[in-house]
Each structure stands twice: as C-alpha cells, then as structure tokens.
Ligand binder design. Structure first.
Ligand SMILES: Nc1ncnc2c1ncn2[C@@H]1O[C@H](COP(=O)(O)OP(=O)(O)OP(=O)(O)O)[C@@H](O)[C@H]1O
Ligand SMILES: [Mg+2]
Length: 286
C-alpha cells in the first residue's frame, strides 16, 4: 500500500534502510509473525524444532532486537553476521584458508565482506541498497518527467529495466504515474539507458567500496580473491547486468549466487545445523 493509501490511512515501514525505525510497530509485527509461527509449528507438532533465525548487519545495534525476541518468547537468540549467512547460503567455501569475497546488496544496506577460515577478515556496510535505488528513481521521474510515482512502480521499473549494464539494445517501457501539476493519472515512457544513468551514482558508491576493500587486503591474498571471484547475493544481485558492471570495474570474475534473495535465510539454516560443530562465526549474544 506504500504510496497508494487514502488520506485516512498511513502506510509505514517499521524497518527501513536496515534499521528499526519504529520500535513499537516492529514489536507488533514480530508478535504477529510469532503467533503464526507458533500456530503452524503446533499444528505440525513441531514446536520443539521451532527456531527463529534473524540475520543482522555488522554495524547494527542488535540489543534492541534481541530484547524484542526474548520478550516475545524466544528461548534463545543466536546472532550471525548477514554476510556470513549470505556466504554460506551462496555455497561459498568459507571454511577454507583461501580468501573469499561476498557482496550482499539488500533493501537497506550493502554488506561487503571478505572471509577466510569461517571468520570475517574485512567488512564494510553501506546504507545503499534497493530502497536507495527506488528513491533515486522516484526523484528522477518527478524531476525529469514531472510525474509522481509510488515505490511499487519504482521497484517495477528497477526489475524490468535491464539496467545496471550498458546494453546495445535500447528498450522503452511504459509505466503509469500522476501528473505533478494536474494531479491526474498519466503514462510515461522510460528507456533502459535512462535507468542506467539514474542508478549510476548509487552503483558507483558500491563499486568504490568494493575497490577499497580490494586495496586493503594484502597483495598476496588478492590472488585468492581473483581466483575465487566475487559472489553477489541479496535482491540487488538481480539488477540486470550488475555482475558485468562490477566485473568490468574490478577486473575480477563476478558470480551471482543461485536464488540470491534467499541466500541469507538459507545460510542461517546451514549455520544452525553447524552449531554443534562450534566452528561457525556466531557472534556472542551478550
Ligand atoms: N529483479 C530485481 N531487480 C532489482 N532489484 C530487485 C529485484 N528483486 C528484488 N529486488 C530488490 O531487492 C531488495 C530486497 O533484497 P533483500 O531481500 O536481499 O533485502 P533485505 O535482506 O531485506 O535487506 P537488508 O539486507 O538491507 O536488511 C529490494 O529493494 C527489492 O526491490
Ligand atoms: Mg539482507
């Protein structure tokens, strides 16, 4: 309903840009989800197997979130870095001594991490992700076309645009919005090259941080990364051509993980199964 609500209803995102923006509503959301989880687990007589798994970004304060979970009845809370979960879910061999790099482009943040021997040796977190891409598109359409679009249209544009890498074929697409001056619905056309221009700025920042990461590692270990390549996870990895763009800018092979949207969730499942081995990078839940 974001961007489409009538005056009497307000649509908000309690978790936005990678942080809890509204504690009260986040708590409410968690409790609704928990009730559903419990009911489902009870129904399937699987209560004792019920795990709640949450991935967090490295620089986020998790104390608040942990409190929410414990208040809602979680028996235990395990913490894992989102990048670590992403790498596990992407099937990367992070337990090996060679270095590997994962870039998780989510909705709120982009996490860049280099790991080796089940640990993170370098990490960076940027407040740039799908939300910023959407925001940039909304502002551009308003400025250049004098048309207001909602975030759902921005997402559609992003997903359909074949946009991160310059392709030879120019494709024009039609979308609908609301005319700024007249307030009436209008349709407008936008090309893939236009989208490429719009997203250039946020993508440049992501690529800049990847380059910084590569500069900071010891030269003799860069050969590991060059050999293993970079792995992209998160919804942003689905931006068409983003792998080609990053590969061109870094001169390294770039692989998009299978089903990048679910890497972190699947990686968490893998990590939970590895708890008994005590060698996985769970953070201390102090
Ligand atoms: N085909 C696609 N092309 C481009 N972007 C996409 C595509 N599909 C999903 N996305 C974007 O991916 C983002 C969601 O990705 P993901 O689920 O990895 O984020 P998240 O884990 O919820 O966020 P964060 O990691 O920042 O907490 C959204 O911004 C969504 O618009
Ligand atoms: Mg994520």
């Amino acid at each position: 309903m974001l961007g489409r609500t009538p005056g009497s209803i307000e649509a908000i995102r309690p978790m936005k840009d990678g942080v809890i923006a509204d504690f009260k509503i986040t708590k409410k959301c968690c409790s609704i989800l928990f009730v559903r989880f419990y009911a489902l687990a009870f129904f399937h007589q699987a209560l004792k197997y019920l795990f709640v798994y949450l991935a967090v970004q490295l620089k986020l304060s998790v104390v608040l979130l942990k409190k929410v979970l414990l208040v809602q009845g979680a028996r235990d809370v395990y913490l894992i870095e989102e990048s670590m979960a992403a790498a596990l879910g992407a099937g990367m061999a992070i337990e090996e001594a060679s270095w590997a790099m994962v870039i998780d482009i989510g909705g709120g943040t982009t996490e860049i991490a280099i790991m080796s021997l089940n640990g993170i040796v370098y990490s960076d977190s940027l407040r740039i992700g799908g939300d910023v891409f959407d925001d940039t598109i909304v502002k551009f359409i308003r400025r250049e076309h004098a048309i207001i679009i909602g975030y759902s249209t921005a997402e559609k544009i992003k997903e359909e645009a074949r946009s991160a890498f310059k392709s030879s074929a120019v494709k024009e697409m039609q979308f609908r919005g609301r005319d700024v001056a007249k307030g009436i619905p209008v349709s407008f056309n936008i090309t893939n090259t236009e989208i490429l221009q719009i997203l250039k700025e946020p993508l440049k920042i992501i690529i800049g941080s990847i380059k910084t990461a590569l500069e900071k590692i010891p030269p003799k270990l860069s050969s590991d990364i060059a050999e293993n390549g970079l792995v992209l996870t998160g919804g942003g990895a689905l931006l068409d051509g983003i792998n080609k763009l990053i590969s061109q800018e870094t001169n390294l092979p770039v692989r998009i993980a299978d089903d990048p949207l679910t890497c972190v969730a699947r990686g968490g499942g893998i990590a939970l199964n590895m708890i008994s081995q005590h060698n996985i990078g769970f953070l201390a839940a102090e």
